[in-house]
Each structure stands twice: as C-alpha cells, then as structure tokens.
Design a protein around this ligand. Structure first.
Ligand code: FES
Length: 194
C-alpha cells in the first residue's frame, strides 16, 4: 500500500500527530486536494478534444491504400491514387536498375541511391508520388508509350524536368527527386501505401 512521507515539522508548527492528522498535515491535504481537482479539471477539458480529433474509421481507411501489384510486369508501371495524389508504381527491368546504380551520387542534385528509395530485396519496385517537385505537375512516363525523358524515368513537360530510372531529378528546374511515400509490402503481391 502506498504511504505518504511525513513532512518535517517547522519550528513553532504543530506536528502532524499533534494536529490530529497522522502522516499528513492539514495544509498538505489542502494542497493535495487542490492538485487533484486541477488534474480532474484538465482531463475533463482535454477529453472532448481527444474525441473530437480522433480520426474516424472512414478517415483511417482513406489514409492508406492497398494495391495489387501482381500483374505489373518488369518494365511496366501503374498510376494509383493515395490521399488524392497520384502515385507511380513501377516494376523496373534489370537494365533500369543497373542504369540507376551506375550513377555516382556526386552527379545528383538530390543524392540518393536506388536502394535508399526502395525496400531491401525489392529494388525493382519503385514507388513514388507522381508529383513533380518543381510546381506539382504530373510527369509523363508511367503509361505505355509516354515520354520518359532524357534519363528514361519520368519527364515533366510543364517546364522540362527529367527524372531517371530511380525517379531522381537529373535535369530541369525541379529541385528534388520524386517523393517516396510511406509504404510497406503487405505481401509479395500487395503494397500498402500510407
Ligand atoms: S512543374 Fe514539373 S517542371 Fe515545372
């Protein structure tokens, strides 16, 4: 059982025992009671906010999306949507992986390796937002026959940004690589984004 330490008595002040309150002085009790009520008040004030800001099940469901990638062959890609933004999922061919890996980081405006931008053991799966980091256009290159730009990845025609096979910016005004969103492999054939 928890016990309260007896507070030392100041000169001229009656001891707890003398005051008829073993273990706790009256002033201590008043202080403890005040703190307790303040604590209850704080909880009561915060609780409605917690309820108000807790995401509903619908919102939680929208915050992530599962995508079946079993039909995407090497060299192909699909465009999906997550939180109202386009997402590119691309199954890189071995030549595209080799192309990305032979680039020195010193050549890159936003230095990242392909491995930095993919999951261990799954470097063929390149998953990025389909949003140009210049002013937010949707680059070309994910669809069959689309212009992939000078570096065989993506090309943003708005102002001419070229991304390579790891979706890293290589030429044009965009400052950064295409953003890699949070994602995980729910299985070998399903990716959960968000
Ligand atoms: S928005 Fe893509 S280059 Fe400007």
């Amino acid at each position: 059982m928890a016990t309260l330490e007896q507070t030392p008595t100041m000169p001229g002040e009656p001891s707890s025992a003398e005051a008829g309150e073993p273990g706790v002085r009256r002033r201590d009790f008043i202080n403890i009671a005040a703190v307790s009520f303040a604590g209850v008040g704080a909880v009561a004030a915060v609780a409605p906010l917690v309820v108000q800001f807790a995401p509903s099940k619908d919102v939680e469901a929208l915050s992530s999306v599962e995508v079946d990638i079993s039909k995407i062959q090497p060299g192909q890609g699909i465009k999906t949507v997550w939180r109202k933004q386009p997402v590119f999922i691309r199954n890189l061919r071995p030549e595209e992986i080799a192309e990305a890996n032979k680039v020195s980081l010193a050549e890159l405006r936003d230095p990242q390796t392909l491995a930095d931008r993919t999951k261990p053991g799954k470097t063929n799966w390149l998953i990025t937002l389909g949003v140009c980091t210049h002013l937010g256009c949707v680059p070309l290159g994910i669809g069959d026959g689309e212009n992939k730009g000078d570096y065989k990845g993506y090309f943003c025609p708005c102002h001419g940004s070229h991304y390579d096979t790891a979706a890293r910016i290589r030429k044009g005004p965009a400052p950064l690589n295409l953003h890699v969103p949070e994602y995980e492999f729910a299985s070998d054939t399903v990716v959960r984004i968000g």
